[in-house]
Design a protein around this ligand. Structure first.
Ligand SMILES: C[S@@+](CC[C@H](N)C(=O)[O-])C[C@H]1O[C@@H](n2cnc3c(N)ncnc32)[C@H](O)[C@@H]1O
Length: 352
């Protein structure tokens, strides 16, 4: 039997936990958009309150956006009434899609096919070629979803922006319109908290962005040095456009920024890793000339039933991008945390 003093203490702990949970729910209620809820059927824990929910990246010391006047342009040849009022689906005209993945099926001349082959070998840009449009309308529920080509190829997405002439109904605007689905943070078995969606998600459906404080490579190394190998990591490198060569103008990984979602971010900072994931993180740029700052957006890789945990592969790379067992970027190479995803094809570790 508990002594009176102990009973008082455990009553106090219970009160403290209730207060923590109340404050956490109040924080969630302030997130704009469809509800973000919390459920813990496993124990009484609540995620830390020492976390700020933000709507945009917060720029850390030494991080700056490109001078927009110098580099940001819209598509000025596109019109709202183009392509049956779809805006930018004349992809050869759309300047926002200038660096998007070219579409071989629409390359009609030998010259175009040669340029396509050179683009695939990384020897030439895709300027002037017809492009893959990122989004398509799902015929059943009429919503925009990510095109299968992108879902499978991991190509960067380029959306239109406020300087474009295509109009606000242009279909090349999805992630910028914000989260449209409710989310739930919940307690997992063995991997702390996770994230799920209380409604069914369609393959290709946009979920939410990954947010955080943008920090430099040097600051990332400093933060990693103070952490332990098995501490949870919330670092994602924005190095999609980094190159492996030393030519002048080449973008090096060391010059890329890193999004740190540990102290500030959005609900997606709770998405756990799986070696057999149901979501993937894509890069989304609104300014094709800024290779440093762009959005990281989660899309469903398959139809996901309501309540199923959302996961993505923390080491997601195309087979050709990196040898098996090699970390896709240096900032993720923080040691071998044992993977508890439970997938049949589990690689055993979160990061190699
Ligand atoms: C971005 S956080 C994910 C949210 C985290 N579970 C939480 O409650 O804050 C990444 C951390 O979650 C844990 N984690 C995610 N997926 C895991 C997995 N498959 N196996 C083991 N731990 C995992 C690791 O500690 C990892 O560093």
């Amino acid at each position: 039997m508990l002594s009176v003093a102990k009973r008082h203490r455990s009553g106090g702990v219970r009160q403290g936990r209730k207060l923590l949970q109340k404050q956490f729910l109040e924080k969630l209620a302030r997130i704009p958009g469809p509800p973000v809820t919390f459920k813990n059927d496993v124990n009484k824990d609540t995620p830390s309150l020492a976390f700020t929910y933000i709507q945009e990246y917060v720029l850390g010391e030494g991080v700056s956006r490109a001078d927009l006047d110098a580099v940001k342009t819209g598509c000025d040849e596109c019109r709202p009434d183009m392509g049956a009022n779809r805006g930018c689906q004349y992809t050869r005209k759309c300047k926002c899609l200038e660096y998007a993945a070219p579409d071989l099926t629409r390359c009609k001349t030998d010259k175009q096919r040669e340029q396509y082959a050179a683009w695939e070998r990384g020897e030439m840009g895709s300027e002037g070629l017809p492009k893959r449009f990122p989004y398509r309308t799902d015929p059943i529920n009429k919503m925009l979803v990510l095109d299968n080509f992108y879902l499978e190829s991991r190509n960067p997405i380029y959306e239109c922006n406020e300087l474009c002439d295509c109009g606000k109904n242009c279909k090349n605007r999805l992630v910028q319109k914000g989260r449209k689905v409710p989310l739930e943070i919940f307690r997992t078995l063995g991997r702390d908290f996770g994230l799920r969606c209380p409604i069914d998600l369609k393959r290709g459906q946009y979920i939410d962005r990954y947010l955080g404080e943008l920090i430099t490579d040097a600051e990332t190394s400093a933060r990693e040095a103070t952490g332990s190998y098995d501490k949870a990591s919330y670092l994602f490198s924005l190095d999609k456009h980094a190159e492996d060569d030393d030519r002048p103008g080449a973008l090096h990984k060391r010059d890329c920024y890193v999004a740190d979602g540990e102290k500030m971010g959005g609900p997606t900072r709770f998405i756990n890793h799986s070696c057999d994931p149901n979501c993937r993180l894509f890069t989304v740029s609104y300014n094709r000339n800024d290779r440093l700052i762009y959005d990281l957006a989660f899309f469903a890789l398959e139809n996901i039933p309501a309540g199923e945990e959302l996961t993505f592969d923390y080491m997601d790379v195309e087979d050709t991008e990196s040898a098996p067992g090699q970390a896709p970027n240096d900032t993720m190479d923080v040691g071998g945390v044992k993977c508890l995803c439970g997938a049949e094809n589990c690689r055993g570790k979160l990061w190699m």
